[in-house]
Ligand binder design. Structure first.
Ligand SMILES: [Zn+2]
Length: 300
């Protein structure tokens, strides 16, 4: 068999695996989200088409997180003009995922990508933990799938030929990515060879095959090296300090109004459902003037 694997693929749940073509300047990744994906759905009762889109977006974020060269977070955000007006997914360099979607109105069971998001924008943001500046690329949503929109993004902003295949149904959310190796343009026919084969993947295959089975199904005539599985998990990065920053941004008047009306300010993290309470003393602390820097007294 031409697919060389570093490990057995028997138990391949919540994993990200990288692979390379030995004879072509093409690399790829496969992701399988199971328990992590179910955990993310526990905090919201998403209608079926929104759930599919969110699952696909999470698979995409995990696939693209490999572009993080240092410790940090990759965010994929859709601001849609359709019923799904906001979708945010994030994946850290440690492969911790979280995500949510906002929608309104009734949605047809089989609503497609364009019906869900309408016209809108897709933003990819990369924040590195130890750096202040962040990188953000924004493109218009195009094509009739999230994968097509992301491919358009890469064609425009990265000039790095990239193709994605995403799948999320009732079971796991899965994804498959092919990308040229930076600085080594493959011959057009080589890129066509690998992508045309991947285009024969059926959604059911993408949803059920392990990385090794999938690579064998597509590329048994090529030499492919499949690397070991990295675990992917749901984990929220919310904290009291982050909620405090949000409340300060909301403004003192607004926060004091809520306090007056309800006796406390309660904030639920939308990603994980965790609740944070701020009583009168906490709110005083939030908006207390920062202590003045003490300047040495002048001698008279
Ligand atoms: Zn949270």
């Amino acid at each position: 068999m031409a697919v060389q694997s570093e490990q057995n693929s028997a138990a391949e749940h919540d994993t990200l695996r990288r692979f390379i073509f030995e004879q072509l300047p093409v690399q790829g990744r496969h992701v399988h989200l199971d328990a992590s994906w179910r955990a993310i759905q526990q905090h919201q009762d998403y209608p079926q088409p929104v759930r599919r889109l969110l699952g696909e977006a999470l698979a995409a974020a995990a696939l693209l997180s490999a572009t993080l060269k240092y410790e940090g977070t990759l965010s994929l955000q859709i601001r849609g003009g359709g019923p799904v007006h906001l979708l945010v997914v994030q994946c850290t360099s440690g492969l911790h995922l979280r995500g949510l979607a906002h929608w309104h109105g009734e949605l047809a069971e089989d609503a497609g990508f364009r019906q869900l998001v309408g016209d809108g924008q897709l933003a990819l943001t990369i924040e590195q933990t130890r750096q202040v500046e962040r990188y953000q690329g924004i493109v218009a949503l195009e094509g009739d799938s999230l994968a097509a929109s992301l491919e358009g993004y890469f064609a425009r902003s990265e000039q790095l030929p990239t193709r994605l295949w995403l799948h999320a149904g009732d079971g796991p959310a899965t994804g498959f990515l092919l990308q040229t190796v930076p600085g080594r343009d493959p011959a057009a026919d080589a890129w066509q060879h690998v992508t045309v084969l991947a285009d024969t993947l059926k959604p059911a295959e993408l949803g059920t095959l392990s990385a090794q089975e999938l690579l064998h199904r597509l590329y048994h005539e090529d030499d492919v090296r499949l690397f070991g599985a990295a675990p992917v998990a749901f984990r929220c990065q919310c904290s009291r300090a982050r909620i405090e920053t949000t409340l300060r941004a909301l403004g003192e008047a607004e926060v004091r109004d809520i306090l007056r009306e309800l006796g406390k300010v309660h904030v639920d993290c939308e990603f994980c459902g965790r609740g944070y309470d701020f009583d009168k003393v906490d709110v005083e602390g939030l908006f207390a003037p920062a202590p003045m820097a003490t300047t040495p007294g002048q001698l008279h």
